[in-house]
Design a protein around this ligand. Sequence first.
Ligand SMILES: C[S@@+](CC[C@H](N)C(=O)[O-])C[C@H]1O[C@@H](n2cnc3c(N)ncnc32)[C@H](O)[C@@H]1O
Length: 621
Amino acid sequence: MLTKKQTQVLDFIKLYMAKHSYAPSLDEIKKKFKLASVSTAHYYISKLQDAGFLNKEHNQPRAVSTIKAKQTVEIPILGAITAGQPIEAIEIPDETITITRDEIGKQGKHYALRVQGSSMIDEGIFDGDIVVIRKQEVAENGQTVVAVIDDNQATLKKLYRENGKFRLQPANPTLFPIYRDEVEVRGVVVKIIRNLESQLDQGQSRDEKYVRKIDYSWDYRGEKTKSHTHGIHTYPEMFIPQVGRRLLETYSKEGDTICDIFCGSGSALVESRLIGRNAYGIDLNPLAIFLAKAKTTPINPQKLTKEYLALLNRVGKIKDNEIKQPDFKNIDFWFKDKVIVKLAKLKKAIHEIKDEAIQNFLMVAFSETVRYSSNTKTGEFKLVRVKGDKLEKHDPDVIGIFRKHAEKNIAGMTDFYKDAKKDSWTKIIYGDSSKDNGIKANSIDCIITSPPYGDSRTTVAYGQFSRLSAQWIDVFDDPNDASGVDNDLLGGRATKDLAHRLSSDYLKESLEKIAKQDEARAKDVLSFNLGLNECLKQAHRILKPKKYFCLVVGNRLVKQVRIPTDFIIAELAEKIGFTCEDIIVRNIPGKRMPIKNSPTNIVGALEETMNKESIVVLRKN
Ligand SMILES: C[S@@+](CC[C@H](N)C(=O)[O-])C[C@H]1O[C@@H](n2cnc3c(N)ncnc32)[C@H](O)[C@@H]1O
């Protein structure tokens, strides 16, 4: 499959050849597409050759002069198909792919679908691949088909006829087949396109100034991510510890002082402590600061366990008239009366603990208990209340939930206490990373961070996610302020207009495309990038010369425009005084973030965000 730009170059070559009977020179291609150099034109030619769109002719002084373009065909992509649970079959042609005729044969009509899910992995069909389907209504036993079952539900499976029934067989040993009396076949798979860059390529029509290296050794699929104190509390978009550690080990050394300028719950800081780096963490969400402190403060597990057992003993004895119920807006909407009383008793018992570190640590388990015993749907980042029957039956065992979390957390702390390097330190700063937070200029050996994917309103609402916990654990002066955090985070306040001086062509191009469809969304995106640019400047200020700054970022989709945040950062950073040394692409196997979200808050109006991220490696000049 070709990128938009590659298709444009191919079309140009074909047209040129039709007109002149010979191919354009590299220089003509360079001029036509305003490419930076002839070598970039050559890059496109070799890409087209590698993909089989142009014949390879060796030993020619001008490779392009001998090109004979192969016959190509444009195929509509009709949407997504699950290689997992069936989804409603809706065919909306949105874009096309161009492939050579040879690849699919001359017969039949074709269409393409994007694959979601992992049920066909043993057939080599992975999440994110594109499958080309030949339209047909019958299939032979064992063929991989687009099958529509029940009420217009489509899925990708291998089809078998057995005892008068159909078996739809997943190619994944962990999944069960689906049996039906009737199956409508809408075509068979004739080609699988493993385009690892497909998501990142969308909307990228400029000459690629930077190169993304796909390196799935950074995925850490299936690896344990909750060791030590990593798993003590959920937080959106947490670093996979292995990624944090590998970056730290590659770009810093023992005894160095590192900084995570968007530290969130502190995953990178935990790893720093485990491998002997001193660390600063900065975040603007009070809940994040609270969690990061608890995760990085080693506590003697014996003392902790003793206090925990005493607490369990105390809590049962607290009388209803001894508690003070918190007072925040809509508390009755989010919690049942009985739950409020139990939580209030638990909170009182935790507050009686004298040792501040132990009190905070047990408050973390309490915070999780607040979320799990509230009337909210679990697994959502935004606050969504359960409804009807489910709400009626909702009768959480508050103390049971607390015990489960506290005991798991104590086990995590036991490991952290044992493995954390005693002579390294962690300092956590509540602050805005786009401003000077008091860290000395040229003092940091390495910055490792993962900024938010975009503004809080349309990606992860950190404030909203944190609100119920924060209201119970007193991390805000006024508990009713909790959601207000979202306005202060990057991109929290849209700009008045779209005028700006940021020096990034990639950003300019994305903003233009988004603004054509929705100016307000373009202003959100601009605001986010203006804030990010200020953060890059501060990072440049605190970092020592020649040292590294690694950012794990997502290229999100807004209004169907893929924003190349990795390239935008590279462009902005180079203006500030960094050199972009690497952009590595990795899959996000287990990161807690919405793969689909609805910025409009209309049920069903889903906008895909992303399942890959880029690690941008910058070096201060
Ligand atoms: C992707 S999360 C970081 C998650 C973190 N890596 C972890 O493992 O938990 C991004 C964080 O940036 C914070 N943030 C957003 N804007 C900020 C700003 N201007 N200054 C400091 N932190 C900010 C958010 O509160 C959020 O915690």
